[in-house]
Design a protein. Structure first.
Length: 151
């Protein structure tokens, strides 16, 4: 019994110390996850901004959800499949050439990101200013566009 006591005492102390360290490790992992979470949606928003600004919708097609709500200043409004949305946005950008796009406000929760900003375009030789609204939803650790509003 005397030989068993030091071993049991050691195991008890080791268990207490490892339980004490676990919350710290969890906190580090949570901070890392929060950082990668923000980094991933910022990256997605940058990619979307570049795709829209350049008129290259095919570069952001992989970010389209299976169904996207569009509300555009040319009167287009409704839910579209990703394929339909591709062509609708492509046609919109042909008639509304982007001069500048600036996302300046981002709101987030655990599964959604809402971004708004200023959108300037050239329509029939005339400059137009609009607001842009983009909504993203997290799906399988990836961000997908669920809504684009420009008006």
């Amino acid at each position: 019994m005397k030989k068993l006591f030091p071993i049991l005492f050691f195991l008890l102390i080791a268990g207490v110390l490892s339980a004490y360290n676990m919350p710290q490790e969890k906190e580090v992992v949570e901070k890392k996850d929060a950082h990668s979470y923000k980094e991933s949606y910022h990256s997605a928003l940058d990619e979307i901004g570049q795709g829209i600004s350049s008129g290259n919708i095919s570069s952001i097609y992989n970010l389209f959800s299976s169904q996207i709500y569009l509300n555009l200043s040319n009167g287009v409004s409704g839910y579209y499949s990703s394929n339909q949305a591709y062509y609708v946005i492509q046609e919109f950008l042909k008639t509304h050439q982007v001069i500048s796009l600036n996302i300046n406000d981002i709101q987030e929760d655990e599964e959604n990101v809402y971004a708004t900003g200023a959108y300037s375009s050239l329509v029939k030789g005339k400059r137009e200013s609009s607001q842009i609204y983009i909504s993203l939803k997290r799906s399988n650790r990836k961000w997908k566009i669920t809504q684009i509003t420009i008006n």
